[in-house]
Design a protein around this ligand. Structure first.
Ligand SMILES: NC(=O)c1ccc[n+]([C@@H]2O[C@H](COP(=O)([O-])OP(=O)(O)OC[C@H]3O[C@@H](n4cnc5c(N)ncnc54)[C@H](O)[C@@H]3O)[C@@H](O)[C@H]2O)c1
Ligand SMILES: O=C(O)[C@H](O)COP(=O)(O)O
Length: 528
């Protein structure tokens, strides 16, 4: 029985661990308590799939040891500590669990916001730990009537905004990547002007961490804010520049900050912890039982599906978004891979370039088609090639990949053509799918041979003189090769090409005998 190794690198809910344990095809290794060095060097090389959280960096060191890995599941949202291009290069499909912890993060944000307004952890500490009853010391502020600036209006930001509106706050949202109606339909203000956010009483951030958002709030932005502003960050460390945040809090320009995430975690020696106008938590945004149950079970389910090659839910680095591919396109993708593979068997040499064109409606998907043709064409020479790393590996090998949408075709409703150029020459194959659903080659190197793209194939090119077909048939019969289909086409140069489907593999002796026939120009065998 096929067994797949799934390594759990960080703690996930026991319900997820049980799913892994109970799957008979899964050999599951719980490595959350292993030192990272041991995890990476000794355990990761065994993994077909790994499950990680924010405590495991998927960096050069990790990838260097992930020699068998097919997929990685981030049991959460943020993939800022996962080197996605590096994973793609190694053919590792990266998936996350994007919505399972949304509510947990939303509610923690509200907790931070309220704690900042009422200094709740401090009054609690005063009474409980210091036994001081000093009501006049703890005058807070109300959310009602205050302006809340929300940076990033996705799953979490939009829900924080809705809850804040229930507290009668006025919401201003900044998110250049959404339609403004997502905000205005909720009777909130949408802005493209970041200064409108800086003018708010309370600011909360809910963007991913990337080149554009790191330091989106720095010293300059803080200087423009209202005196006594409150800042909340339950998204990622470093979105607010930590030095600027520290200075702003120290000077009192920022009255209070609620911070769940830090530039470097664990953050036990972060200087922000020295301040007494800050509420902090150790990256607890996702830590509710409900959210961890959802995340743990979804991560386990997705890891099992990926290990078995069944599906890759929420994959972040597939060249195509499968949910956006209409069903009629999928067989064309599969056929693209077949003609790439066929071309590479007929034209066996170092690949120089691959050009893919599409006619008809399929032309719109020619970029995805070219990825599939590339996988097919390169799979002879590399057993590591897949849809995720095909473009990277092609680039690395200096192979030029081109894709072009040629618009409507006069003859075929949809047609894909793959042109494979190697050190030996060029092979061009066109294929289509008619209403009967059969994937058919319709042309090869200028010959209009129509033949189903399946099984064993002999391609026999000859001078167009009498008697050739008979001799080919006799030679195949002599070697016990049964013909199941035969397609003959001629060109203007008095040449003919026979594409012969046969029942079994054709051996070298038979091919040599065919090549020795008088009119033969060349012969090749392929199996798809
Ligand atoms: N503290 C935690 O434990 C915790 C838990 C869950 C999520 N998170 C973090 O919260 C963040 C948001 O998560 P989400 O699920 O809402 O993600 P999401 O993808 O649903 O939303 C992110 C939003 O940010 C917007 N955005 C991107 N770049 C922007 C920019 N430059 N300016 C303004 N808006 C921009 C996007 O358009 C999107 O609407 C992520 O960083 C995630 O890692 C933290
Ligand atoms: O991005 C996330 O999903 C959160 O930050 C949670 O991270 P964690 O899984 O390490 O708690």
């Amino acid at each position: 029985m096929q067994k797949y190794t799934i390594v759990v690198c960080d703690h996930i809910h026991t319900a997820g661990l049980e799913m892994l344990q109970n799957d008979e095809n899964v050999n599951f290794i719980m490595a959350a308590d292993e030192p990272k060095d041991k995890l990476v060097k000794e355990i990761i090389p065994q993994a077909d799939v790994a499950i990680t959280r924010s405590s495991t960096d998927v960096d050069d060191f990790f990838l260097e040891h992930a020699t068998n890995m097919k997929a990685l599941v981030r049991a959460g949202v943020g993939v800022d500590n996962v080197d996605i291009p590096g994973c793609s290069k190694q053919g590792i499909i990266v998936m996350n669990v994007p919505t399972a912890n949304t509510i947990a993060a939303v509610e923690l944000t509200m907790a931070h916001m309220l704690s900042c307004m009422r200094m709740f952890p401090y009054s609690h500490d005063h009474l409980k730990n210091q036994r001081i009853w000093k009501r006049e010391k703890w005058y807070g502020h109300e959310l009602k009537g205050k302006k809340l600036g929300v940076i990033g209006f996705g799953n979490i930001g939009s829900r924080v905004a809705k809850r804040a509106k229930a507290f009668e706050m006025d919401i201003v949202a900044y998110d250049p990547y959404i339609h403004p109606s997502k905000v205005t339909d909720l009777d909130m203000t949408y802005t493209k002007n970041f200064e409108d956010i800086l003018a708010c009483d309370v600011i909360t951030i809910h963007t991913p961490k990337n080149k554009e958002t790191i330091g989106i709030i720095g010293a300059e932005e803080i200087a423009k804010m209202k005196d006594g502003v409150v800042l909340v960050n339950c998204a990622r460390g470093d979105l607010y520049n930590e030095d600027a945040l520290y200075d702003g809090l120290k000077s009192g320009k920022i009255r209070f900050a609620g911070i769940d995430v830090f530039g470097k975690e664990p953050a036990t020696d972060n200087k922000l912890l020295d301040l007494d106008n800050i509420v902090v938590s150790p990256h607890l945004g996702a830590n509710t039982y409900e959210s961890q149950y959802n995340i743990g079970t979804q991560a386990a389910e997705n890891a099992i599906a990926a290990a078995k090659g069944i599906s890759y839910p929420n994959a972040l680095n597939l060249p195509i978004d499968e949910s956006k591919i209409p069903s009629f396109v999928k067989p064309f993708l599969e056929m693209g891979q077949k003609i790439g593979f066929l071309a590479s068997q007929i034209n066996k040499s170092q690949i120089i370039s691959i050009k893919v064109t599409g006619n008809g409606e399929i032309g719109e998907y020619v970029d995805s088609l070219s990825t599939f043709v590339t996988v097919g064409a390169m799979s002879q020479s590399s057993d590591k090639i897949n849809y995720v790393n095909a473009d990277f590996i092609a680039k690395e090998k200096g192979i030029k990949i081109e894709a072009e949408n040629l618009g409507d075709s006069n003859v075929y409703k949809n047609l894909i053509t793959a042109k494979l150029t190697t050190a030996e020459g060029t092979t061009t194959i066109s294929a289509t799918i008619f209403d009967d659903g059969v994937q058919r080659m319709v042309a090869i190197n200028g010959f209009e041979n129509e033949v189903a793209l399946k099984g064993h194939m002999v391609l026999f090119k000859n001078s167009d003189v009498p008697g050739v077909i008979g001799n080919v048939g006799m030679t195949l019969a002599k070697h016990n090769v049964n013909i199941s289909d035969f397609s003959l086409a001629r060109n203007a140069n008095k040449e003919a090409l026979a594409v012969i489907l046969v029942d079994d593999k054709v051996d070298e002796t038979t091919l040599k005998e065919l090549a020795a026939l008088d009119a033969c120009l060349n012969v090749s065998y392929a199996n798809i």
